[in-house]
Design a protein around this ligand. Structure first.
Ligand code: HSE
Length: 398
């Protein structure tokens, strides 16, 4: 079976590598050998064993009747969207690792694939090598999924783990993560939570069956977390982690991406370094956890190759996937309740006047008071925080 790869970067070259190293085992599982015959990239890769497979025009793949499956590992919405759409319309199956594309155009591409009796698969788009998309769309379809909460960004989890272990500042850890190749030169998408936001939008779309607009998800990153916050977290016996959460509320979901303070008994508390994990609560399943390598060349490429095998086994049919184009109206995030950890420069009397009962946290920091509020809605907190003023930091408790 002939395969084309669009984008010979980290993940695309990983797919080619796995198909070479695990050629026989993949062939046995797919029912026949999978052979990469064309690779689309802007570069030439002179001297590379794949040099003769490189093409620069995606239409060379569209017009190649022998190519049955296309791997998209380019990243970004355009031109990936134009290319993927053309492949599906030409009757080629597609698998992608591209979360930006899936979050933005998932429902439409799934419909186009169905209309052309092919498949659009995207296991690698969330959680890297961790199986989470297929479990949600097949194994757990007997359940109403009431909660999905994940650590779905390896870069920020590595950074939070380092800050916790070493008491270091955000900027220093970021530089170190960049030097080690964990964080990109432009780390904005990771550290501001945009990457995690797209991933929880994909997971929520899958379990709700409707299109979640990632722009509707309130998203905070970790760039405002400091070594002082970590000191307070240590006193509380909690760990700060960037969570992407989705909780059922009637027929819709509360979604949020933000740093949270996790207690040791939280299932995600021990997920450290670049690892990812997704906690799922189903109304019949109860609790489930999916844990493993959430980023990186071979783990992510492994998920793509898993899709290739699944596609090869269903080469003549579309596997129905419930993800409609109608937009899911998310629950009002102001109505979601939390306890809030707050650092303020105001006096305890002023704090108690606004928040009534609070639990103080003494981390020995001069000139401020750390406290935890009673449970209240986000809207109530925002009003009280506005009234108090001088808020140095706020982190929600998980
Ligand atoms: N930048 C992402 C991360 C890569 O750090 O998790 C995987 O999507």
């Amino acid at each position: 079976m002939k395969v084309a790869v669009m984008g010979y970067g980290t993940i695309g070259s990983g797919v080619v590598e796995i198909l070479r190293i695990n050629r026989d085992v993949v062939a046995n599982r797919a029912g026949e050998a999978l052979e990469v015959t064309k690779i689309l990239d802007l570069r030439d890769f002179e001297g590379d064993p794949v040099q003769n497979l490189i093409v620069h025009d995606y239409r060379e793949i569209v017009d190649d009747p022998e190519i049955a499956i296309v791997v998209e590992t380019m990243g970004g919405v355009e031109p990936a969207y134009t290319f993927v759409k053309a492949m599906l319309e030409a009757g080629k199956h597609v698998t992608t690792s591209n979360k930006a594309l899936v979050a933005d155009k998932g429902a439409e591409l799934i419909r186009i694939a169905r209309e052309h009796k092919v498949n659009f698969m995207f296991e690698a788009s969330v959680g890297g090598g961790i199986p989470i998309i297929r479990p949600l769309q097949s194994c757990l379809t007997g359940d109403v999924i009431e909660e999905i909460t994940g650590i779905v960004n390896g870069t920020t989890n590595y950074m939070m783990t380092k800050m916790t272990a070493e008491g270091s500042e955000f900027e220093d850890v970021l530089k170190e993560a960049q030097a080690k190749g964990y964080a990109e030169k432009d780390p904005t998408a990771d550290i501001e939570g945009y990457d995690a936001c797209r991933k929880i939008a994909i997971l929520t779309s899958l379990v709700s069956g409707s299109q979640v607009d990632y722009n509707d998800i309130p998203t905070e990153g970790i760039s405002h977390i400091t070594a002082t916050d970590i000191k307070y977290a240590n006193v509380m016996g909690r760990a700060i982690k960037l969570l992407a959460t989705s909780k059922a509320y009637g027929k819709t979901y509360f979604c949020r991406v933000a740093p949270f303070l996790l207690p040791p008994q939280h299932p995600l508390y021990n997920v450290n370094d670049v690892f990812n994990a997704v906690f799922v609560h189903g109304n019949m399943l109860g609790d489930g956890m999916f844990y493993g390598s959430g980023a990186g060349k071979l783990p992510t490429a492994s998920a793509v190759v898993g899709d290739l095998v699944a596609i090869a086994k269903h080469i003549d049919k579309n596997i129905y996937l419930e993800w409609k184009e109608e937009k899911l109206v998310l629950a009002n995030p102001g109505q979601q309740s939390y306890r809030f950890f707050v650092r303020s420069a105001k006096s305890l009397a002023e704090i108690e006047k606004v928040f009534s009962k609070v639990e103080c946290v003494d981390a020995g920091i001069a000139g401020e008071i750390g406290f935890v509020t009673e449970e209240m809605t986000q809207k109530e907190y925002d009003a009280k925080a506005g009234e108090l003023g001088d808020i140095i930091q706020m982190i929600r408790l998980a």
